[in-house]
Design a protein around this ligand. Structure first.
Ligand code: NAP
Length: 334
């Protein structure tokens, strides 16, 4: 099958591309600038803009999509920086719209849209949230800010893609992904930081974690057997941050964190985040006041639908941390 993948120069996209190649699909990657994750792969690289600004750029995008039966729209970002809101709206909303339009015009049959668990409600460990759990974004993510914008733009992308018509769209909603090829790193930041120095505090909340290979496999399974218009949470183990950090500490050979992060420290830190972003934007990638607050809460979700209906594998998170650690070490991050 000939497919198009966006986001192949990033963590999750790189995993998806490797799974596609392993089963013999012909892969075309829409990239802005090739990097080491795609350079030596047997894939076709095209550099069309995801958000066409004029007729010429639209033709480039149409050529990129032309001949593809399936599209994996994995490109996306969480960016709390000053240009973040625009960048998130561009890639999530306008990029998704442009791809849906291009899919219909070129006759692509199916699209897998990579959204995020951020659009799905959550629950306790005993009763985790699922795809149908309601979510009121204002109390959870705030009325404004980067996390709210990430939520809103991902939710809009889901809504517009599943309602487009003319192309079958299946949505996958990854939770906290752990594994190899986290080039930036995104969710692997905690592993890299913990390997470099002792982190005495652990956030008091928890989250659902999923292996990067399992999440990638779920994209392919969603393309093959996902129900159009349906969402699939990609999550496996619900762990508190303390349990996750204990696990990471064991794997990387570091002391485990010892103390719960006090709410007052989170409050203070979240007040300082905007200033810190101005002073050291590169060191604080992905950090934002609402993210800090979210880490103090239990936000558990269930990936049962993806396991039961798609057959998503369920690799233990310890194995995912080991794979991530191995990859970070092999590539000079630690
Ligand atoms: N990692 C997680 O734990 C997690 C959890 C939930 C959802 N997700 C979702 O998974 C997807 C992939 O995330 P990731 O973790 O792999 O992030 P990543 O490593 O930062 O990769 C992001 C990818 O998106 C591409 N991209 C961003 N803006 C673009 C634009 N305007 N035009 C074209 N490409 C653009 C990037 O291309 P460049 O290399 O050119 O920047 C890169 O290939 C995103 O949609 C994200 O929201 C991830």
């Amino acid at each position: 099958m000939q497919v198009l993948v966006t986001g192949a120069t990033g963590f999750l996209g790189a995993n998806v591309v490797r799974h596609l190649l392993a089963r013999g699909d012909r892969v075309r990657c829409l990239v802005r600038k090739p990097n080491a994750l795609v350079q030596d792969l047997p894939v076709e690289l095209v550099s069309a803009p995801l958000v066409p600004r004029d007729q010429g750029e639209l033709q480039e995008l149409l050529r990129a999509v032309d001949g593809c039966e399936g599209i994996y729209h994995v490109a996306g970002l969480f960016d709390p920086g000053p240009e973040g809101a625009r960048a998130m709206r561009d890639v999530h909303v306008f990029g998704t719209r442009a791809l849906c339009d291009a899919a219909v015009r070129t006759g692509a049959r199916r699209m897998v849209l990579c959204s995020s668990s951020v659009t799905v409600g959550f629950g306790s460990r005993e009763q985790p949230g699922d795809e149908d759990t309601a979510l009121d974004p204002t109390p959870v993510y705030g009325a404004t800010g980067a996390l709210r914008c990430y939520h809103d733009t991902k939710a809009q992308a889901e809504q517009l893609a599943t309602g487009w018509g003319g192309v079958e769209v299946v949505v996958v909603n990854p939770d906290f992904v752990v594994g190899a090829w986290d080039v930036k790193p995104t969710s692997g930041q905690m592993i890299v930081r913990m390997s470099r120095r002792w982190m005495p505090f652990y956030p008091r909340g928890g989250k659902c974690f999923v292996d990067a290979d399992d999440a990638a496999a779920a994209h392919l399974l969603a393309m093959d057997r996902g129900r159009p218009g349906r969402r699939y949470l990609l999550g496996n183990e619900n762990l508190s941050y303390r349990e996750f950090m204990d696990l990471v500490a064991e794997v990387v050979g570091q002391r485990p964190p010892a103390l719960p992060l006090p709410d007052v420290a989170v409050h203070l830190a979240s007040e300082l985040v905007p200033l810190a972003h101005r002073l050291a934007p590169d060191r604080l990638q992905g950090l934002d006041a609402q993210v800090l607050r979210a880490m103090q809460q239990d936000r558990y979700r269930s990936g049962r639908r993806a396991r039961d209906e798609l057959g998503m594998p369920a690799t233990p998170i310890r194995t995912s941390v080991e794979k991530a650690w191995q990859w970070f070490r092999d590539h000079g991050y630690c």
